[in-house]
Design a protein around this ligand. Structure first.
Ligand code: ATP
Length: 302
């Protein structure tokens, strides 16, 4: 019997993000390139005799009730399979919150994988992904991970070959961005042809293992909306490029910005500068990491 599981929930960035249209049901149809990075939340899943779900987290401002996505994930499987015991979920956050890195979705994904394993439910990855989309559009991808093309509302996933290795500098300014606000102000059905990034070209570049073919196509249709509201995003991008990034872009609906480096030393220096030098006024959280492929992050640490 499994009484305890230590899970790792990895964050993602978008190498490309396009919104094709707003559907009649209010959802946005997207076309995005998703990429796992090496920043992860730690989750302890503990089996309890007492029924129910208890959530603890190190961040006072996150909900510990049914509004936390880890609670929703555990409840979904425990209700369906009539599990009479309980679980305690201890969540330690490292992925910036409300940052466009799918932190909550990744936590939910890890808990789905963990509960499935702990209680021997025998669900396949595909079956977990089908359930995950009920919690959030990015949850199926967070179960799959690695490099992937994401379509539909995020649930149609095509795995892609791993990205060439490079260094990724991630910086989150001290602002919080509402995903809802950004999508509402995008006016997706009024976008012009030139507003859309070349996602198909990026997929081809990934298949060719052509890093510059990818970075030269960096594009996020949401960037204009968030940047207009928060000029600090353009400032971080310019700062990263002046510090030697091949290119830099905002992830998801923001405000996190990432820059890609091909020289480890330049990346280290840029990290120091963003943390302690001129960039320190712009960014509150700064990380230096890599792209992770699905083999490196397999099994959510289970
Ligand atoms: P995405 O990239 O999918 O838009 P995000 O990075 O913008 O995600 P999250 O960090 O996943 O946003 O969370 C956004 C909101 O969801 C938070 O403000 C928080 O109140 C709520 N939330 C619920 N559960 C969690 C969780 N486990 N981790 C983080 N936030 C959570």
């Amino acid at each position: 019997m499994i009484n305890h599981l230590g899970l790792k929930a990895y964050g993602k960035i978008n190498l490309g993000l396009d919104v094709l249209r707003k559907r009649e049901d209010g959802y946005h149809e997207v076309k995005m390139i998703m990429q796992t990075v090496g920043i992860f939340d730690k989750i302890d899943l503990i089996r309890t005799e007492e029924p129910g779900i208890q959530v603890e987290t190190n961040l006072y401002y996150l909900p510990c009730n049914e509004n936390n996505l880890v609670y929703k994930a555990a409840k979904l499987l425990m209700d369906e399979f009539h599990i009479e015991e309980g679980v305690k979920i201890k969540l330690k956050k490292f992925i910036p919150v409300a940052a466009g890195m799918a932190g909550g979705s990744s936590d939910a994904a890890a808990v789905l994988v963990g509960v499935n394993k702990m209680f021997g439910l025998g669900l396949t990855k595909k079956a977990l992904m089908e359930r995950g989309v009920r919690i959030g559009a990015d949850v199926p991808y967070c179960i799959m991970r690695g490099t992937a093309l994401s379509q539909g509302i995020g649930e149609i996933l095509t795995p892609l070959p791993p990205m060439p290795q490079c260094q990724v500098l991630i910086a989150k300014p001290a602002i919080n961005v509402s995903t809802k606000f950004v999508y509402e102000n995008l006016h997706a059905n009024d976008l012009k042809k030139e507003d859309h990034p070349d996602i198909d070209g990026m997929v081809e570049a990934i298949k060719r293992k052509d890093l510059y073919g990818v970075t030269s196509r960096f594009g996020n249709v949401l960037e204009k909306v968030t940047e207009k509201e928060y000029p600090v995003i353009s400032q971080i991008k310019s700062q990263m490029i002046s510090l030697g990034a091949v290119n830099a872009m905002m992830s998801g609906s923001g405000p996190t910005v990432f820059g890609v480096f091909t020289r480890p030393q330049a990346a280290e220096e840029a990290y120091e500068e963003m943390r302690f030098g001129q960039g320190a006024d712009l960014a509150k959280q700064v990380y230096l990491t890599n792209f992770y492929n699905c083999k490196e992050v397999s099994n959510h640490g289970v």
